[in-house]
Design a protein around this ligand. Structure first.
Ligand code: HEM
Length: 539
């Protein structure tokens, strides 16, 4: 162990020396930042709420600053102007990605659109996503399947409603999104398949927790948190599943040449067989994995946040329901095409993206060459991060940024498609998210808040969630155990449907692990036990 420690110290010192020498060169000055300590860099300053810490640090060091996390140099942009400089003006230079150690398995990072370097193969895969898979024609063809699947979801929640059961909103939304993707990509509607995949995927998502080897690469060989071993296992299982789906479909095509399915898998196979792009059959399982994994968690989080915010803001929920009812009638259903003519719904979605930036440090790149930005020199190599959280909370950009106000988007053309850098939930520039779509589950139930806190189901619901929380902590990082012992449950009741959301399901990032909504834990809302009929209980 001593040798390892000496190795770590020497490695970090050599790296520091290399940088010191490099940064002394003429005209080479990194953006300013807090002074790093030897070996750990600025880790000790980051605390649990990294995005907020970085926002505070930016007040001292400016909109473009440098910090060192372990041995990883990181440049942080905290304003729309700096985000535009990095992602658009110098988009080519800052189009690399750092590959987490756990994702560097089985050739995944090489095949991946997200982690792959921005070369010809990456361009081809993006082109396929944009021009074919997410093209209007392809999405229109599979709309019928999605409507069918959404109806099943509505029926499922309706059954719970009839039985007066508790519905776990996180699982319902996650499953709905998984089903949506399975239907659109594979025409698969089997609940058993979805359930099996959901279990493997939850293991896979746990790999996005912070891994010490990413900040101290010298420890990679030891894999102290076992993340790489876990990644090999869950990635292996997922890829095996997608290979099965692919082989089954290839057989089906051979045996039924005139009976093609209307889904994305069919389109992908056509592409590989036409040989127009640099994509082979061997790439397909990786591409499928990326589409499912890329979409599911971010989509689920957003839908959960939308619902959470609407519950906290019943007046906004009422306004939205009025808009939807006047557009599609009392009993009508929203079609995908209706969304364009529902301005308040769009405003709610935009405000949720602003108020809860999806993965507030999700826009993470790597510098591919030396580049001067704003009078500073960013050399080749550092990680580049855009702190969208900082922009969301900036009073010089948004009036009253701490309040949830969809109305702020009604009288302007502000959008999230990568042109307005104050709102970039999908990133911007060359690597902008190719799956810029989302789903909203607000219409089909008459969501209403519980007034009757003595309802007999109420206590049982809390206990059920508490048991869930404890069992889920067994697979989590150790610090989660402490957090979960102080478990918070939010119980709401809508008409006859109970919806319970807990910290594990609604999305606060603590040390990079999603556990809860910060406001519920530390903000003013936690100080009271009941607001407008929503019961918040500390168990
Ligand atoms: C609410 C939903 C979603 C959000 C908020 C989201 C957000 C993001 C963000 C922030 C990035 C990084 C962009 C950058 O570096 O500039 C990204 C990349 C990506 N997303 Fe999404 N995403 C969502 C849905 C989806 C869906 C549905 C898919 C696929 C079905 C998808 C697939 C991808 C892929 C493949 C990339 C990598 C692009 C590249 O590096 O070239 N995402 N997403």
């Amino acid at each position: 162990m001593d040798c390892v420690l000496i190795g770590v110290v020497m490695g970090v010192m050599l790296l520091g020396l290399r940088w010191f020498v490099y940064l002394q060169g003429p005209g080479k000055r990194l953006p300013p930042g807090p002074r790093p300590l030897p070996i750990i860099g600025n880790i000790h300053q980051l605390g649990k709420n990294q995005t907020e810490t970085l926002r505070q640090l930016a007040k001292t060091y400016g909109p473009l600053m440098s910090i060192r996390i372990g041995s990883v140099y990181t440049v942080v942009a905290s304003t729309p102007e700096m985000a535009m400089e990095l992602l658009q003006r110098h988009g080519q230079v800052f189009s690399g990605r750092t590959v987490p150690h756990a994702m560097d398995v089985g050739g995944f990072s090489k095949f991946s659109i997200f982690f792959g370097s921005a070369g010809k193969e990456w361009r081809d895969k993006r082109k396929v996503c944009k021009e074919i898979l997410f093209s209007e024609r392809c999405l229109e063809e599979s709309e019928g399947l999605r409507q069918e699947m959404l109806q099943k979801l509505v029926d499922h929640v309706g059954d719970h409603c009839d039985r007066r059961d508790v519905v776990n909103i996180h699982d319902v939304v996650f499953m709905a999104n998984l089903n949506l993707l399975l239907t659109t990509i594979f025409s698969i509607t089997s609940p058993d398949t979805a359930m099996e995949l959901m279990k493997i995927m939850k293991d896979f998502f746990s790999l996005f927790a912070p891994n010490i080897t990413d900040y101290f690469p010298i420890l990679k060989v030891l894999d102290p948190q076992g993340m790489k071993r876990k990644a090999e296992l869950s990635l292996g299982k997922l890829l095996a599943k997608f290979r099965d789906f692919l082989n089954y479909r290839l057989d089906h095509r051979r045996n039924n040449p005139n009976n093609k399915k209307q889904d994305l898998l069919e389109a992908i196979i056509d592409i590989t067989q036409a040989n127009d792009y640099n994509i082979t059959t061997q790439d397909i399982p990786y591409l499928l994995l990326e589409l499912i994994v890329g979409g599911i968690d971010s989509n689920s989080n957003m839908v959960e946040w939308i619902m959470t915010e609407l519950l906290f803001n019943p007046d906004k929920l009422e306004r939205l329901k009025r808009e939807i009812k006047s557009a599609v009638g009392e009993n009508g259903k929203i079609q995908e095409a209706d969304i364009a003519s529902l301005p308040y719904l769009q405003a709610v979605i935009k405000e949720t993206f602003r108020y809860h930036p999806p993965g507030p440090l999700a826009v993470t790149r790597m510098s591919e060459a030396d580049q001067e930005v704003n009078g500073y020199m960013i050399p080749k190599g550092p990680q580049i991060v855009v702190n969208t959280w900082s922009m969301a909370k900036d009073p010089s950009i948004w009036t009253d940024p701490e309040s949830f106000e969809p109305e702020r988007f009604l009288d302007n053309k502000l959008d999230f498609k990568g042109q307005h850098f104050q709102l970039i939930p999908f990133g911007a520039g060359r690597r902008i998210c190719p799956g810029m779509t989302t789903a909203v589950l607000v219409h089909n139930f008459d969501w209403k808040l519980e007034k009757d806190k003595d309802h007999p189901d109420h206590k049982e619901a809390i206990l059920t969630k508490f048991r869930c929380g404890q069992s889920s902590s067994a697979n989590s990082a150790p610090f989660l155990d402490t957090l979960l012992s102080d478990y918070v449950v939010l119980i709401c009741k809508f008409r006859d449907v109970h919806v319970s959301t807990d910290r594990a399901s609604i999305g606060l990032i603590v040390d990079g692990v999603r556990v809860a909504h910060p406001d519920l834990l530390v903000g003013s809302r936690m100080a009271v036990h009941e607001i407008d009929g929503i019961h918040i209980t500390r168990v």
